[in-house]
Ligand binder design. Structure first.
Ligand SMILES: Cc1cc2nc3c(=O)[nH]c(=O)nc-3n(C[C@H](O)[C@H](O)[C@H](O)COP(=O)(O)OP(=O)(O)OC[C@H]3O[C@@H](n4cnc5c(N)ncnc54)[C@H](O)[C@@H]3O)c2cc1C
Length: 418
């Protein structure tokens, strides 16, 4: 394999996974992250078995196992907490790898630590925001702004990967007319709070319907025997999209309680969880329209920069990990950089574009909306409301379309053989 140098703009889950993956394949990589001291931001995130497989092949299986909680069940419920559909997840569902519910910030920190150890501190450059790039047939040059010194730095490599999230500077240069993300008219209120475990302590629950719902799952065990519970309350709002500076702003618990104060289930006291949460953050439900290409010569996109999606199916982070492996494989398989980026684009983009659009239709959680429309006051038996075949069709088709089903994950060869 020809000696290659790759610049990764963005040190999120996608960019860091890519750095680990390229390093494993013997490709030189440098990561440039806009934030100077990346803090463990965010609340819970799910890593699907497909991504856990890749991270295990990157020798992070053990650290993930002690950091997250291996999720064994997903329950879809109505707004009264009545069970509509339950499915096994991770090892319980027959995957060879677990599904983890994990604190996003801790995941990012453990990835960052592994990247620093493996590629060297000098190749992880923080406080540098990509502002512009240019390329010719041999090289790509990327200009980074250093906010602290006020100066710019120009870096050169064979390839530039924009793993710089939903507000990607790389994507903006490739698609200058695209504008702001598309607001789906819903607010997400999110928090993580220490509390008593609920159900079996390994279950993720999504309850409600399209216009109002809660997603709740434990993300870490505490020595006290309690768990750290991640909750996200989501609600249709009539106001416009908030300005970008207001993303991740704190909201008062009273605002959340005014919408969810009555959501006390037999198995979980949601209002009490909200009331005990130290910090609650508001985040708009956004995505972007699919694009017709990710790869342009020596430049490509990855993760949220490539396929910013609504958070349905707990898969955005996992898909970024999968991108990183498919891109690595393409680079290992051919010395022609442009052809490799084209191959990665052709393999990943059609599926991700499809998922972006499917997520707008509520993905597998469409079953909850059907239950709400047919039985707004609850039900005695779910079979009277929605048939098993209807449920299986909604839930099953989604995992396969996203490449996250048991068969695909367990039986395909490794993307990157060591
Ligand atoms: C603060 C935050 C909190 C989140 N919380 C959750 C959550 O609780 N649950 C969940 O499911 N998902 C969450 N997500 C989204 C989730 O992490 C992503 O969908 C997924 O992990 C894909 O990651 P990514 O690496 O592609 O993008 P991101 O995670 O967005 O990472 C992109 C990185 O690029 C950096 N960056 C941006 N612009 C530039 C630039 N011009 N030059 C250099 N670097 C740049 C950013 O600082 C960031 O570190 C969160 C994302 C963020 C940024």
């Amino acid at each position: 394999m020809k000696h290659l140098e790759v610049i990764v703009a963005g040190g999120g889950i996608g960019g860091l996974s890519l750095a680990l993956s390229l390093h494993q394949a013997g490709i030189a990589v440098r990561v440039y992250e806009a934030v100077r001291d990346p803090a463990p931001l965010g609340v819970g995130i799910n890593l699907q078995p497909a991504a856990v497989r890749e991270l295990t092949e990157l020798e992070l299986g053990d650290v993930l196992a002690v950091t997250g909680i291996a999720t064994q069940r997903l329950n879809l419920c109505n707004k009264f907490g009545q069970l509509i559909h339950a499915e096994r997840r991770g090892l319980e569902a027959g995957y060879r790898w677990p599904q983890y519910s994990i604190h996003r910030g801790k995941l990012q920190r453990l990835l960052l630590q592994a990247v620093r150890e493996r590629i060297g501190d000098q190749n992880v450059r923080t406080g540098l925001r990509l502002v512009r790039f240019e390329q010719d047939e041999n090289r790509v040059k990327a200009r980074f702004a250093d906010r602290q010194s006020g100066s710019d730095q120009v870096e050169e490599a064979d390839i530039l990967v924009g793993a710089d999230g939903i507000h990607s500077g790389v994507r903006q240069q490739l698609f200058p007319g695209e504008g702001a993300p598309r607001f789906a008219g819903q607010a997400l209120w999110r928090a993580a709070v220490e509390a008593e475990s609920f159900l079996d302590g390994k279950t993720m629950v999504i309850a409600g319907h399209f216009h109002q719902r809660v997603i709740v799952y434990p993300i870490a065990r505490r020595r006290s025997g309690k768990v750290l519970i991640n909750w996200i309350c989501q609600k249709t709002v009539t106001n416009q999209a908030p300005p970008r500076e207001d993303w991740n702003r704190r909201v008062a618990k009273e605002e959340v309680l005014s919408a969810f104060g009555g959501w006390k289930f037999p198995w979980l006291d949601l209002p009490a969880l909200i009331d005990q949460s130290p910090d609650i953050y508001e985040f708009p439900l956004v995505d972007r329209d699919p694009v017709a290409a990710w790869s342009f010569g020596r430049v490509t996109l990855l993760g949220d920069a490539a396929h910013p999606m609504q958070p349905i199916g707990g898969q955005a982070g996992s898909q970024a990990v999968l991108d990183s492996r498919v891109l690595t494989r393409a680079l290992v398989e051919t010395d022609d950089v442009v052809a490799a980026l084209g191959r990665y684009d052709a393999e990943r983009r059609p599926m991700m574009n499809d998922i972006i659009l499917r997520n707008r239709n509520f993905g597998p959680e469409a079953a909850m909306q059907i239950a709400e429309e047919r039985a707004p006051n609850g039900f005695v038996c779910i079979d009277d409301v929605i048939s098993r075949q209807e449920l299986d069709a909604i839930v099953g088709s989604f995992a396969k379309a996203a490449g996250l089903d048991v068969e695909t994950v367990n039986h395909r060869p490794s993307y990157v053989s060591r």
